[in-house]
Design a protein around this ligand. Structure first.
Ligand code: ATP
Ligand code: MG
Length: 206
């Protein structure tokens, strides 16, 4: 789609490890898309996540595929490989620089949960982060949503339906033989079974 001349597109960016992607991610993206009038939300699975090196993360390619499966039916959702294909640990600043270069006609809205927002000030090149994107921080059960210390003109707090789902809990359920039906999309349930993910608590090496 080519927007009319001079009209800037509004592009949501939903970053995550997505190990696995679940309905909490999808509801957050859908709500922000609707609430902020976004033209598209691009999901960006991380490469090697720098904050999660205390546990083995599933191979980036499998997390990428689960994200594609989960978003395929929504014409407003796409998936980007920028982080998966960039060598080394993923930093949000690099994600935003790459997407900005790929979409010079778009205003970027980075979507983040309350827990990730709390860590934002520790992220690399925080000042440039706020120049590259507007941040939309969504509510998440079990986490207090606060913009304390963050620039009010660049960060918007936004309430979404409470989805008490985490990837950690999904992995734990699979490991202990409990169902993840309806917590993750049907195709993702099948994909987890097909590749035997999360059965041992340790994920396959990348
Ligand atoms: P893990 O338990 O492995 O950390 P997670 O469920 O937190 O997984 P991530 O991939 O770490 O999922 O999260 C990606 C983004 O989605 C983060 O900004 C996170 O805050 C947000 N998010 C995840 N789950 C929810 C949820 N249930 N409601 C709102 N936001 C969420
Ligand atoms: Mg998380």
């Amino acid at each position: 789609m080519t927007p009319a001349d001079g009209v800037r597109r509004r592009l949501g960016v939903m970053g995550g490890t997505f190990d696995p992607i679940h309905h909490g991610h999808l509801v957050a993206a859908s709500e922000v898309s609707s609430g902020f009038g976004l033209d598209e939300v691009v999901f960006v699975p991380t490469g090697q996540p720098w904050q999660k090196d205390q546990r083995a993360v599933s191979p980036a390619e499998l997390r990428y595929l689960m994200t594609v499966i989960a978003t395929a039916s929504n014409p407003g959702f796409t998936v980007s490989r920028v982080d998966v294909d960039r060598p080394g640990p993923t930093y949000t600043i690099d994600t935003l620089r790459d997407l900005h270069a790929q979409h010079p006609d778009a205003d970027l809205f980075f979507i983040t949960g309350a827990d990730a927002l709390a860590e934002i000030l520790s992220w690399k090149d925080v000042d440039e982060l706020f120049e590259l994107a507007q941040f939309v921080a969504v509510t998440r059960p079990g986490h207090e949503l606060s913009g304390a210390g963050l620039p009010a003109d660049r960060v918007t707090l936004f309430e979404v339906p409470a989805m008490a789902i985490s990837s950690t809990a999904c992995r734990e359920r699979v490991r202990t033989g409990m169902p993840v039906w309806y917590l993750v999309p049907d195709g993702v349930v099948q994909f987890i079974g097909k590749y035997g993910l999360y059965r041992t608590g340790e994920s396959a090496e990348r």
